[in-house]
Design a protein around this ligand. Sequence first.
Ligand code: 523
Length: 150
Amino acid sequence: PLRRLRSARAERLVAAATAVGAGAVVVATALVRDGAVLAAQRTRPPALAGRWELAGGRVEAGEAEEDAVVRECREELGCAVSPTGRVGTDLLIDAGVLRVHAAVLVDGSAPTALEHAGLRWVGPAELEAVDWVDADRAVLPDLRALLGPS
Ligand code: 523
């Protein structure tokens, strides 16, 4: 019940922000393989370079969030993914709102750092130690729940 309430409240905030043109929807991908999630090291802007994120980016006008997840993973990671559902609640960020979607690799596909400085698979025990960007660090409890026990 608490999660639903928090989420409904966030939805209203986002709807209000969007109505006044205050921001974009940014999707982030919790790509899971063998009990680990993929972390990608940003190269830009300078304030975020070197820190780690869940790969993703802005949803384009008229684009479904799941389609944006698939597109961003193809563009940034050169791999085919299949989204499997939302993770956690909406997060307010400078750019607008960040929404995390879980995803799995399509058979035979593997990620490559096409736009990131590096990639690493992070298991539950290592989640805390990664230097995540702030918004993504807020998702860690949800990622831990998604990955299950180490
Ligand atoms: N985040 C963020 N975490 C996260 C992503 C994918 C994005 O905090 N996992 C923030 C970082 C930027 C904004 O969301 O402030 C847009 O992400 P970016 O730069 O990866 O998306 P682009 O490349 O679609 O957007 P432009 O920078 O506008 O090209």
